[in-house]
Design a protein around this ligand. Structure first.
Ligand code: NOJ
Length: 513
């Protein structure tokens, strides 16, 4: 039986695999993935070589935003199973040396959460101040100019019964909690304790930079009314995060919290790590927003590495449940394969999104099957497990399959030396065998020093061990002056010969120097 390491910094070494449970694996044949389905695939994850899994929301929810509208933070939605199913998943994962992270949604609840139902029932209700209520502006309109995410409508909904507006940064079904109220803070800490007591290893905290809004809620500058999520960056959030960290730190399993801090300006996200007393990690979405272009990618990597220099630690994300998959954005297998090499060799904790190890593209969603309020269904398409017509799903799944689901089915790829799956498995094995890839320092060869235009070169170094990674961003071969023993290539047709400095089109290689 594998054991979890007792290193308090386990998350620096880990590769985290994001599972979108609705689309991962369906054990009960209703067309929607579930926890028992995840449990049935734990061996697949061990074989792939990841260290931790993050389950996108599984708490009780009316699903207006597919679980990011929580009606009960301390239970599992029946569509995914029961608390018992989760306990079994966690036990199975721990037995295999895998950690489990849950998605915690602290900024808002569902409008069907009992706290909000009480809050909206009357201005005198003890829960009134648990949410953000304001009087109408003098003209009767919303209290400020904020526009909510998704529908482009005001971030305020007027409640006829009590004559005030409530704030919702996202859908009207997702009212924002008022973290300035100590009762809210205490109740939310309790939700963390509930899961930590059950042995959960940490959390991904949804838009966590939004929790500490000030009292004032001033207008956003004209023309930026819908920049709400990228604009809120308040000192109070840091105070709240320090107290959240204290809750986490009081548990023996070294729980980790990675925050979705959706701020894009230089230097902003790293402040959410505090002095090792706020988040352990924060997602950085700058790489995800960068096109497949050498200088652009080099500049993002350089910026992130500088901002997250020791004692900090960066993350790396190319795909998730909110954005088009990088295989779709980059347009070719070769580029997506080279990107995989970068993902798993740059300094930092990589977050893989289930299905990227199969090279999946976004599904085409016909209009009549659209279910997400923000057009994100394509990236959430079900994982094709088998080459059968139903791809191992039994029933017609809740969303259509991605393109080429027969060729890209897991069963078709496992063991095929040229498949995406084998590339990811080899990369994960390489990472696990080479401490330098996990912990080494990183140097990036400057654009004008690189031996070839359009090639990104980086070195990882630890105790005399050096690994060099070179990624050719051009659709034609390139020559580089670096040397070393070829450990891995993203290319499927590389001749079986020592590395001679030639890179194929959009090829990335890993060399031991
Ligand atoms: C960010 C999540 O990733 C996204 O899926 C969700 O819709 C919003 N936060 C609101 O919770």
């Amino acid at each position: 039986m594998a054991r979890l390491s007792d290193d308090p910094h386990w998350w620096r070494d880990a590769v985290v695999y994001q599972i979108y449970p609705r689309s991962f694996r369906d054990a009960d044949g209703d067309g929607v993935g579930d926890l028992a389905g995840v449990t049935s695939r734990l061996d697949y994850l061990v074989d792939l070589g990841v260290d931790a899994l993050w389950l996108s929301p599984i708490f009780t929810s009316p699903m207006a935003d597919f679980g990011y509208d929580v009606a009960d933070y301390c239970n599992v939605d029946p569509v995914f199973g029961t608390l018992d199913d989760l306990d079994q998943l966690v036990a199975g994962a721990h037995e295999r040396g895998l950690r489990v992270l849950l998605d915690w949604v602290p900024n808002h609840t569902s409008n069907q959460h009992r706290w909000f139902e009480a809050s909206r029932s009357s201005r005198d209700d003890p829960h009134r101040d648990w949410y953000v209520w304001r009087d109408p502006a003098p003209d009767g309109g919303p209290p400020n100019n904020w526009i909510s995410v998704f529908k482009g409508v005001p971030a305020w909904t007027f409640d006829d019964a009590t004559g005030q507006y409530y704030l919702h940064s996202f859908l009207a079904e997702q009212p924002d909690l008022n973290w300035a109220n100590p009762q809210v803070e205490a109740a939310m800490h309790d939700t963390l304790r509930f899961w930590l007591d059950r042995g959960i290893d940490g959390f991904r905290a949804d838009v966590v930079h939004l929790i500490g809004k000030g009292e004032e809620l001033p207008d956003l500058p004209e023309g930026r009314e819908d920049d709400l999520v990228v604009s809120i960056d308040e000192p109070f959030t840091h105070e709240l995060l320090r107290r959240i960290r204290a809750v986490l730190d009081s548990y023996p399993q070294h729980p980790m919290m990675v925050g979705e801090v959706y701020l894009l300006q230089p230097g902003q996200t790293v402040t959410y790590l505090g002095d090792h007393d706020e988040l352990h990690l924060t997602f950085d979405f700058r790489a995800l927003h960068t096109r497949w272009e050498c200088d652009a990618m080099r500049s993002v990597i350089a910026t992130v590495q500088t901002e997250f220099a020791e004692p900090h630690w960066p993350t790396w994300v190319l795909s998730n449940h909110d954005r088009r998959r990088h295989r779709t954005r980059y347009g070719t297998d070769a580029r997506a394969r080279a990107a995989a090499v970068l993902s798993l060799t740059v300094r930092g904790t990589p977050f893989l999104y289930a299905g990227e190890e199969l090279g999946l593209e976004d599904a085409e969603i016909p209009e009549e099957r659209v279910v997400d309020p923000d057009g994100r269904d394509g990236t959430r398409a079900p994982i094709p497990w088998t080459t059968d017509a139903d791809h191992g799903w039994g029933a017609d799944p809740w969303l259509p399959f991605p393109p080429d689901s027969t060729g890209k089915a897991a069963d078709a790829q496992i063991g095929d030396p040229d498949s995406f799956h084998t590339l990811y498995r080899d990369l994960l094995a390489l990472r696990s065998a080479n401490e330098v890839l996990r912990r080494g320092s990183m140097g990036l060869v400057a654009g004008d020093d690189a031996s070839a235009h359009g090639v990104l070169v980086l070195h990882r170094r630890l105790d005399g061990d050096t690994i060099t990674v070179a990624a050719n961003f051009m659709g034609e071969p390139a020559r580089v002056t670096i040397e070393g023993e070829l450990l891995l290539s993203s290319r499927t047709d590389r001749p079986d010969a020592p590395f001679d400095g030639t890179l194929g089109p959009d090829e990335a290689v890993v060399l031991r120097v």
